[in-house]
Design a protein around this ligand. Sequence first.
Ligand code: ADP
Length: 603
Amino acid sequence: MKKTGININLFLYCGLEKKELENIYPIIMERNVQLATKCNIGIIVLGLLLFGVNILLGYDNTAAYWVIVVGGITLLAFRMIFKKLNGIMAHVYCYALITTVLAFGMALSLQPGNANMPSTSFVVFLVLLPIVVNDKPYRMGLLMLFVTLTYQILCFFCKTGEALAADIINTATFSIIGYVLYILISNRSVREIFFWTQTAENERIREEARIAEEANKAKSNFLANMSHEIRTPMNAIIGLDEMILRESNDETAKKYAEDIKSAGNTLLSIINDILDLSKIETGKMELIPVNYELSSVINDIVNMTEKKAEDKNLKFNMKVEESIPSVLNGDEIRIRQILLNIINNAVKYTEKGSIDVYISFDRVTSVLKAVVKDTGIGIKPEDKERLFNSFLRLDETRNRNIEGTGLGLNISRQLAQMMDGTIEVESEYGKGSVFTITVVQKVADDTPMGDYTKRLEKARKEEKEYKPQLLAPDATLLVVDDNDMNIKVVKFLLKKTKIKITTALSGTECLELVKSNSYDIILLDQMMPGMSGVETLKAIRDLKLADDTPVIALTADAISGAKEMYIEQGFTDYLSKPIIYEELEKQLIEYLGDKAYVSSDVQ
Ligand code: ADP
């Protein structure tokens, strides 16, 4: 991994790996904020003391004012810097601020007009140096010595008489006070300071960061495994529920089944979000670019969101530039996910008015841009950034009955960033919000895509015409899955097709069956203990068994490019779980050939 060091962190973290540095930074920064606050408060107290003493002795108070005012301003500036920026940039700004305060003070005091005026105030700010170099006491000492000596040498040329003597004593005294103060407030052991050893603090922080990172990884892995495990029973729940919907004549039962379906789908999307987040956190999220038609993505999105908006009496306007290239190259599934999340949110968080979506593409920069405008509840300015935190939902009480986990925006922004893009939000609380998404996408075919609604109409017409009525009593199908429930679901789903179904609970069992029987199609699960789906298929092909039989992969992961990946591994096609009947049926019609026929007699 790339070593960082020879940059702005020259003073501090030479040799740390970049990732380590990123982990440590928040901890160091947090400590720096505390240290900066303590130092500044120390300065202000010092100023107030000076003020009191001057009043008592009847001296001029200008220096005390300076100390209090500049101390106060830097305190505020530090707070702002740490609040607005994080990591390396905060450090850079602190360096700049302290250097400016010191340089400004020195320049002022060294001006010819001030030759016989001792400089009393700026030296106090030497105390601030520990904030930027607080991890290495000897560097801090050397830096103070360097600044003090440089100033004292310059004083020889620019100052006269008493002012020269006062400045030499002043800087020396404040350097010592600063260093002592630093020892006191940074909780260092005297031994460490005395021997100028590099503190054990750095090591401790590094260790803490490592432990925190490991705990986070363990959490993410746990979540990923959990989600995967949950998907399997979900397949059974959704599949069996589908059976009730199709077979039951009892209207009340059907109504309940509708609710189970909708709750099941919500649960699935939550599980998908958790899986995505854990993938992002463990660095396992990958974009899989494929050529895709944006118009088809937009069709799906309109299909999924327009009705929801209409149900709430919201106007839904989708405007898509006709000049957008017809085929783009990128991670289609992730693009769909981002757009769907933002548009769904607009519908969810709007009670009346309209949702306007505008999609365009810049051919020069290759940036695909979507602007989603709603007239909903809006977002307070102070919440604009927090919005993107994971598991954070705003106005919890107000939005209690709106479904959500607070993960969508966080995932969407991270995905957009992976595509060299951004998600930005403008909003007025109570009036509405505008989310702007930009992502870089390659162009695969630059013929303009034209009017997307034409395509939408065509797709809708086809859907209407598609009445699944498959019959295949002469065909044989082998379904292989280690989960008994999943097998049951396939059997139920295909009951009316009269297809002859054989089942196997493992790759080995499948091999045995294939050796002595022939099947017209095989559905093969991916995640099985012992032999995985891929291994089973390889064994079948190696043994030259069932060479012509189409084998469909069953998988719980719906990722971009999955079809291509499984085809590359020798599968004929793939189906993602929970299995959607229409998709399964389409594939059977395609791969069973003569043995499948479409009839209107299916009961
Ligand atoms: P959720 O699953 O809660 O919708 P998101 O990560 O998608 O999670 O959004 C996080 C929070 O941001 C939401 O809970 C909501 O408070 C706020 N939010 C998102 N989109 C909008 C919007 N269009 N208008 C108002 N608030 C929004």
